[in-house]
Design a protein. Structure first.
Length: 482
């Protein structure tokens, strides 16, 4: 009798332990459902709702990956995957879900299948589809819970696991059914919210009205004063308005040192990049034919002068006068050839900088008449070609101040004035029309160099914050409605 009594008490204790364990499991499921419910009801944004579900469903059913697919027409579209903030366009192919989703679309019912089910004697429905699915990737179990209500099917909550079978039975899905119902309601509410006109404005305004109603009189007065001050600041023209764009620096005064007559470069007196003074010799050209002509003329003049002097001593008036005439002609010819010889020396036209390099390598080269030997640029004042957009060119005027920043000196601003405004537009690489505006800058330290690039902006006036913010809307309205 004692043993029988002990056995009955032991059985009663085991029964109570099982009940306690079941109650604890139910309590855990309820806590998990409560957590998921709080997450999905905290927002009306559809993407946020879907991400909340897939990232918290693991508290209800252990899984390695959760996903939600929504019905769109005759297709199921993957919208959210646990652990992934963004989906790639080929995410379905990466997860090998294309054929399982096609099967779910044709059979929109709850599905729970695993690799062990396929190895049993009786093959379940969809075994061909999921046999390929299990063999092509690492997941070994698949579950799909329909998300539907009285208005129809919204999609599926899909769970995947690396285990060969699920730890729950197909009939034990109360928690999953509740979760599916909550998810369906949350998705339907998000869809309805997305259809509300001006939903992005009405909700914040309603919240603001509620907060304002809770303030006392003093707080409302202070808030009104702050609002009035902000309105005044928004309406005052305090924001500088600028028009500008990509800029290229160029020299204002540039001139080429050209050969007046053809010749060979015999000597170079300067180096590339060197600063020169006006009249300073740059190079000397040599023309052997010219040198021969000069020597011949000088010889003829010397002989003729002796002949004229002899005729004058002898009193031969005719020889004397004819010799004087011939001597004058030869001297004029010599003067002309000497001027040509002096022109064979190239000099700087003004104070400036030589832009080319390696001038020494030009020794021995032949220059034709008018051919350039080097380029001189005056760098005391520089110009800049600024590309201004079509929307801003109407506000630019000659004489307006200009600020320039170049890539070489990103922390330094150069100040100048608008000197010219182009009237013909040219298209940039994006097809937008841009006008050329030229400005002049003083360059006393020679920091600016021809060819430098940067950004130039002309100060065209001042605008209020309100006008600045409304300008794109007003311009679009003016261009679209007329």
């Amino acid at each position: 009798m004692l043993v029988r009594h002990l056995l009955s008490q032991f059985a009663l204790a085991l029964q109570r332990c099982a009940l306690l364990e079941r109650d604890a499991e139910q309590l855990r499921e309820r806590d998990a459902l409560l957590q998921v419910s709080r997450e999905i009801t905290s927002t009306l944004n559809l993407d946020s709702v879907l991400r909340s579900v897939v990232n918290t469903v693991g508290a209800v059913v252990e899984n390695d990956r959760a996903a939600i697919v929504l019905a769109k027409g005759d297709r199921l579209i993957l919208r959210a995957v646990s652990g992934l903030p963004h989906l790639d366009p080929d995410q379905v192919e990466l997860f090998k879900l294309r054929r399982p989703l096609e099967y779910l679309k044709l059979s929109p019912a709850r599905l729970q299948i695993s690799a062990d089910d396929l190895e049993s004697g009786e093959r379940p429905k969809g075994s061909d589809v999921f046999s390929e699915y299990f063999s092509s990737q690492e997941m070994r179990s698949f579950m799909a819970i329909p998300l539907k209500d009285d208005q129809g099917l919204l999609g599926f909550l899909c769970l995947e696991s690396r285990q060969d079978s699920w730890s729950i039975k197909p009939a034990e899905g109360d928690a999953l059914d509740i979760l599916a119902g909550q998810t369906t309601v949350a998705i339907r509410n998000a869809h309805l919210y997305s259809e509300i006109p001006l939903r992005g404005i009405s909700l914040p305004m309603a919240r603001a009205r509620g907060q304002l109603a809770g303030l006392n009189a003093l707080s409302r007065t202070r808030l009104a004063a702050v609002g009035l001050g902000a309105l005044v600041v928004a309406l005052l023209p305090v924001v500088p308005q600028r028009a500008g764009g990509p800029t290229e620096v160029r020299a204002v005064l540039v001139q080429n040192a050209r050969a007046r007559d053809e010749g060979v470069v015999a000597r170079v007196f300067v180096h590339g990049g060197e600063r020169v003074r006006q009249g300073e010799r740059l190079a000397e050209l040599e023309d052997l034919e010219l040198a021969g002509r000069l020597a011949g003329l000088k010889g003829q003049i010397e002989v003729l002068r002796r002949a004229v002097a002899s005729a004058r001593r002898d009193g031969d008036q005719a020889a004397w006068h004819s010799g004087e005439i011939r001597l004058e002609v030869l001297e004029r010819s010599l003067d002309l050839e000497e001027r040509r010889a002096r022109a064979m020396v190239l000099v700087a036209p003004f104070d400036g900088q030589i832009l080319e390099l390696d001038l020494d390598q030009r020794i021995g080269q032949r220059l034709d008449a008018g051919e350039t030997f080097c380029t001189i640029a005056a760098l005391g004042a520089m110009g800049a070609d600024i590309e201004v957009s079509e929307e801003r060119i109407g506000t630019v005027r000659v004489g307006q101040p200009v600020a320039l920043k170049v890539v070489a000196y990103p922390t330094r601003s150069f100040r100048g004035r608008v000197t010219e405004i182009g009237w013909r537009a040219r298209l940039d690489r994006h097809g937008a029309a841009r006008f050329l505006v030229r400005a002049r800058f003083e360059n006393p330290d020679g920091a600016l160099r021809p060819g430098m690039t940067g950004t130039g902006k002309a100060l065209v006036g001042r605008r209020s914050l309100a006008a600045l913010g409304l300008e794109p809307i007003v311009r679009a309205f003016q261009m679209g409605w007329w």
